[in-house]
Design a protein around this ligand. Sequence first.
Ligand code: PNS
Length: 171
Amino acid sequence: MITAICPGSFDPVTNGHVDVISRAARTFDRVVVGVVRDPQHKATLLPIDERVELVRDALSGVPNVEVDVFKELVVDFAHRWDAKVIVKGLRVISDFEYEFQMNQLNRTLDPTIETVYVMASPQVSFVSSSGVKEIAAFGGDIAALVPPAVARRLKELFPDGRGGAPLSAQE
Ligand code: PNS
């Protein structure tokens, strides 16, 4: 039984994440999506409970996917679930540079855990959580980029579509 973890901020989950996670779920026996409680160097739009709920909803049709919150190192989250594999999605060369560094750091922390990269499908290779939030803030249509529940939630948070601050999602 091979368990893989798929860590991220998921602020919010996108169709790009769903693509990578559902393909990983066809490859590994179990995939545990790790939603980081407090990402380093960035504030989140959505509170942790909502990020988790939206990931759960988006992947509810995939039986061997579980979702959990983590606030420790990625390798320690892997230990908690007895996972020997970390799955990451790759879209563009700039992802590679960041992931290359993460790979070396994680491998230094635990050389027994292998990171496996899933290349984004072409139709979602340009989708990012930050891009989606920016489009939503300016009133653009994100229906093709995110699961329906995410599109609805972002519409609620940015009702005027004029690029201003969101209605608070943290309350
Ligand atoms: O979706 P993101 O924001 O790219 O995900 C980032 C995440 C959660 C993978 C990254 O912030 C992370 O790894 N955080 C935990 C700390 C850690 O283990 N860092 C790697 C070794 S320094």
